[in-house]
Design a protein around this ligand. Structure first.
Ligand SMILES: Cc1cc2nc3c(=O)[nH]c(=O)nc-3n(C[C@H](O)[C@H](O)[C@H](O)COP(=O)(O)O)c2cc1C
Length: 324
């Protein structure tokens, strides 16, 4: 079984983490990943303090294993963050700070609450400033990933960040979906992987069944980077685009973003209705290029154990044969 020092740091069995994905992470999904020996994480963005408390309690009713609570720093709800700290999760998973935002106050408060801190970075300077501010783990996120991403690909970004923040451990994210990905991440110097898209196509994922199926049906070539989903939602992200499935909604507004801004309320209502009804052509589905590696909808625990087993086999059986 593959263990890296991050397993001891985060008190997990397998170096495999779930990205806290806004409304796409349910207590069922988070607890399933943690129970299987990975690190589950719940997206807390835009949740009220009551929702953070209720959902954290629901996770704790299903597992006593460590998990994280995820917050987007650029648009932090102070009351929800305070509520999260009072719950003393094992990990605070941060992402997407504004360039001028001081990270230290958030990290210090999380450390005082007894949490380990992970911070997601899509560039080397962002990783370095998070390490300097006291992050315990850096998530190096490549542009292949689903949801909000930067422009650097995982292959060069992960080892660059590993070198830049050493000895702070790094988890690789963006494009990882199987045991081959875990082995590749280890070879690049990371201590494990964090996955989003792969865990969306699981039994416990809260996505509509049609959206899960669209991930399985994808060949990985049908994603695109766009600001259109954020414009529709009325959100301005600090230097990110969304990687989502190319569909009618995005194509209709591409090149007419000004018009989308003018008709935002109507477009958002249509978008939300499409998500509820499972209309994959009119609702946005954030997913990474690794959708092309995803062929089944299974329990989240199976993903954790399958990746760990595949990686173990590659490392112990396939790769040693290559060394003369
Ligand atoms: C639907 C969706 C929502 C996401 N929301 C968040 C979020 O709220 N906070 C966060 O830190 N990362 C978020 N992410 C990014 C993931 O944490 C992770 O970095 C990314 O999914 C990794 O790439 P992969 O999808 O190829 O596994 C989201 C990703 C997806 C697909």
């Amino acid at each position: 079984m593959i263990r890296t020092p991050i397993c001891d740091l985060l008190d997990i069995e397998h170096p495999i983490a779930l990205g806290g994905m806004g409304s796409a992470t349910s207590p069922e999904l988070v607890s399933a990943v943690s129970r299987a020996g990975g690190l589950g994480a719940m997206g807390c963005h835009y949740q009220t303090p009551e929702q953070v408390r209720a959902r954290t309690q629901a996770i704790r009713e299903q597992t006593n294993r460590p998990f994280g609570l995820n917050f987007l720093l650029f648009d932090m709800r102070e009351d929800s963050f305070t509520a999260a700290l009072e719950l003393r999760p094992a990990v605070m998973q941060f992402a997407w700070a504004r360039p001028d935002q001081d990270l230290a106050p958030y990290f210090d408060r999380a450390h005082k609450a007894g949490c380990k801190i992970t911070h997601m970075a899509g560039t080397v300077p962002e990783a370095m400033r998070a390490a300097k501010a006291g992050a315990d783990v850096i998530i190096a996120q490549g542009t292949e990933g689903g949801g909000h991403v930067g422009y650097m690909a995982s292959m060069p970004l992960v080892p660059m960040i590993v070198d830049a923040v050493a000895p702070v451990p790094v988890l690789a994210a963006g494009g990882f979906a199987d045991g081959r990905g875990l082995v590749a991440a280890l070879a690049l110097g990371a201590q494990g992987i964090l996955l989003g898209t792969r865990f969306l196509a699981t039994n416990e994922s809260p996505l509509h069944a049609n959206f899960k199926q669209a991930i399985v049906d994808s060949d990985g070539h049908d994603t695109q980077l766009s600001e259109i989903p954020d414009i529709a939602a009325g959100l301005v992200w600090p230097g990110a685009m969304t990687r989502s499935r190319r569909n009618r909604f995005v194509e209709r507004w591409a090149g007419r973003e000004w018009f989308l801004r003018q008709n935002r309320a109507e477009a958002l209502a249509e978008l939300q209705a499409a998500r509820r009804s499972g209309d994959v052509d009119e609702g946005t589905l954030s997913m990474g290029q690794d959708a092309g590696l995803i062929h089944d909808i299974v329990p989240a625990a199976d993903i954790v154990t399958r990746i760990a087993r595949e990686a173990d086999e590659i490392l112990t059986k396939k790769l040693p044969r290559l060394v003369a």
